[in-house]
Design a protein around this ligand. Structure first.
Ligand code: SF4
Length: 300
């Protein structure tokens, strides 16, 4: 593939003229038992760092300030095939002029090493990480063939939260084997996690995966009840996080909708801003705002 076509492949999406999604790798070496992705997209392979940096640099010259690094398993970036790492890539990205904020797609808990932790205080890091737990029961993580472990995860999350971060996660509800006992253990553990966001999914069978062969299936209506329980716990945690935030919100306004300018702050919380000025594509700093159940609201 020529350099030119790869350039366009890496930028998977633009949002307005201010944020760009940059694909840094594809594929995954993990083998979670429910997941078809490695079978479809293959093992992890990373794009060349030089190419990624060139692309981001070109975009900054065209007014882009926020970059979202994406891939199938971005925490594996460079480790196997390029003798580098996500942390090293981030360090180079932060050196580029015009890079105002970098967000990361989903990272696996076991990939957050000391080198990465050192970057948590970098000003261009969005104060929000999305770390895929998938579950908070020790036994369920084993059944799901996950590499993370609940107690290590909890320690990691507490450390990251202590640095002022909001933390989101992926969570699968209703995977085979999720008994009432394991679910209540998982929810007890979940209460202890400093989480602010969740992408929750009810389990859906993928033919060809080990989970598809498993017994002890959780009924759909039960999974739905568990899903709602999970969502309401995280909603409560999110609102508490927003109430306890004591720094100004740094917001990139993405769009105008129903009379409000809508954007996300450094913690990846949505805000609706009322203004007489066209703010789309602008960065605004807001100190006074109202905290509603679902999001923040302000005048600017
Ligand atoms: S769930 Fe994520 S980490 Fe696990 S196999 Fe699928 S892509 Fe890889």
């Amino acid at each position: 593939m020529g350099l030119h076509s790869l350039f366009y492949r890496l930028v998977s999406e633009f949002v307005g003229k201010s944020r760009a999604f940059i694909k840094i790798q594809e594929g995954c070496d993990f083998r979670c038992s429910y997941c078809i992705i490695p079978h479809v997209r293959g093992d992890a392979r990373s794009y060349d760092m030089k190419l990624i940096l060139e692309q981001i640099s070109t975009l900054t010259q065209n007014g882009f300030g926020e970059f979202i690094l994406t891939g199938t398993n971005i925490g594996s970036y460079g480790k196997k095939d390029k003798n580098t790492s996500l942390a090293k890539l981030l360090k180079e990205i932060f050196k580029l002029k015009g890079v105002r904020r970098v967000r990361l797609g989903s990272v696996e808990p076991v990939q957050i090493d000391d080198e990465f932790k050192e970057l948590l205080s970098e000003p261009q890091m969005a104060k929000h990480l999305h770390i895929a737990l998938q579950h908070t029961s020790k036994e369920m993580l084993r059944i799901m063939n996950r590499r993370n472990k609940v107690l290590d995860d909890l320690e990691l999350f507490e450390y990251i939260a202590s640095k002022g971060y909001a933390i989101g996660t992926d969570y699968i509800v209703g995977h085979p084997g999720e008994s009432d006992i394991l679910w209540s253990e998982a929810m007890e553990n979940l209460h202890r996690f400093p989480l602010t966001h969740v992408h929750a999914f009810t389990y859906s069978k993928r033919d060809g995966t080990p989970s598809a062969q498993m017994k002890d299936i959780v009924r759909g209506d039960k999974a739905k009840i568990r899903y709602n329980e999970l969502i309401s716990i995280i909603e409560e945690k999110n609102i508490n996080f927003r109430k306890n935030t004591n720094e100004p919100l740094s917001i990139l306004i993405e769009q105008q909708k129903d009379g409000f300018y809508i954007g996300y702050d450094q913690f990846y919380n949505m805000i609706e801003v009322k203004s007489d000025t066209d703010l789309v594509g602008d960065w605004v700093e807001i100190k006074d705002y109202e905290i509603l159940r679902g999001n923040n609201v302000a005048k600017f």
